[in-house]
Ligand binder design. Structure first.
Ligand code: SF4
Length: 369
């Protein structure tokens, strides 16, 4: 038996005794398969599970998702991060409802053409929902293949995708693509784990190059990633009574459509956060803040790590006087902001995680800088 046949057969045999029960496993409804795959991208299963269950209840069919208001979809997505996934999900659902008569595409090319669907998701939906012979390639698959076959190509290099895709496709059990894909992903998650894989009990160990050559800890190889970009945000939280001002983020940047307070992005970390309130007021009220505006407090710095960036944010809170005129606000550099009741923020309007952290922690002492 050659290595490929050994790998395939033992993998499937292993899976027969190591199934992880999940609500989407065995699911053949392409909409639900797609939903689960999009939710689980760059997300741990434990974290994604409640979101999947929430979405399936809130939007049981692709038409329900298509007809939902965007804010509603974002609200249900809140906390999961990578909001472009929610935006793409919603756009693709609308496209299916309006252009495809509500019928999910049933070919790899049709699925791959949906907004936000890449090679991995297209292969997963094609194989799980329609039994089409497409091999998935995710982090688990890269790791298992790199170790078993002793592949030294850095998995984050441009050449790796071609090499690993071709190998994954060659290994696929095309009579049972769904079962095979599930098996290799579960094997990577449960047996050939990133740290301390269970080589001693592994049914593939006899032909595993990494295990035989002592290179398990070294494989897969990853090229050094570029350092994350640091960004520094100063937010102005303007209160008037029980209201506050926010707007959705626009432009080709992080957190599109999520609501935030008036923002001043700084080119470098503020040496002294005590200077931020003055900077914010002069940015948003170039002709002077409304008389009687009072600084309520300066938050501690909050830090959120994203895939390519680290965002540090400080929130300066201001109270407008009772006689404050909304027109004063609009006439300054604040047009486009909406005055909303405070309870709506986070409860009804989706916000970036860093804003949620501030909003939830508001009762803690300020000034911890
Ligand atoms: S022997 Fe170890 S490294 Fe090789 S496939 Fe099995 S768990 Fe992974």
């Amino acid at each position: 038996m050659d290595a490929a046949a050994f790998f395939r057969e033992n993998l499937l045999a292993w899976h027969a005794g190591h199934q992880r029960p999940m609500p989407w496993k065995g699911e053949r409804d392409p909409y639900k398969v797609w939903l689960s795959e999009v939710i689980l991208q760059q997300t741990r299963v434990e974290q994604g599970l409640p979101y999947y269950e929430r979405f399936v209840v809130a939007y049981p069919t692709v038409r329900h998702l298509a007809e939902a208001p965007e804010d509603d979809v974002f609200k249900n997505w809140e906390g999961l991060g990578y909001y472009s996934r929610a935006r793409n999900l919603h756009a693709a659902a609308r496209y299916i409802a309006s252009d495809l008569g509500g019928v999910f595409p049933d070919t790899y090319a049709g699925i791959r053409a949906l907004q936000g669907v890449g090679d991995y998701t297209a292969a997963a939906v094609a194989a799980f929902a329609f039994g089409l012979p497409y091999a998935v390639l995710d982090g688990n698959v890269y790791r298992v293949l790199a170790r078993f076959f002793g592949i030294e190509t850095p998995t984050n290099s441009p050449a790796a995708k071609r090499e690993f895709s071709a190998l994954a496709q060659r290994l696929l059990d095309s009579a049972r693509p769904g079962a095979y894909n599930q098996a290799i992903m579960d094997f990577g998650a449960g047996q050939c784990t990133p740290k301390q894989p269970a080589c001693a009990t592994c049914p593939l160990a006899a032909h595993c190059v990494a295990a035989r050559s002592g290179s398990v800890a070294r494989l897969p190889v990853k090229a050094r990633a570029a350092p994350k970009q640091s960004r520094f945000f100063a937010y102005a939280v303007f209160y008037h009574g029980d209201t506050v001002w926010v707007r959705p983020r626009t432009g080709n940047d992080i957190w599109q459509n999520l609501y935030e307070f008036p923002l001043l992005e700084l080119p470098e970390p503020p040496g002294d956060t005590a200077a931020l309130p003055g900077l914010l007021l002069s940015r948003f009220f170039p002709n002077g803040a409304p008389p009687g505006t009072a600084l309520r407090g300066i938050s501690k710095p909050y830090r959120q790590t994203l895939s390519h960036r680290v965002v540090t944010a400080v929130f300066c809170e201001f109270d407008f006087p009772e006689n404050f005129k909304v027109a004063d606000f609009q006439q300054n550099n604040l047009s486009g902001f909406q005055q909303i009741e405070q309870f709506k923020l986070k409860k009804i309007l989706a916000v970036p995680r860093i804003v949620a952290w501030f909003w939830e922690g508001k009762t803690v002492t300020f000034g911890d800088i």
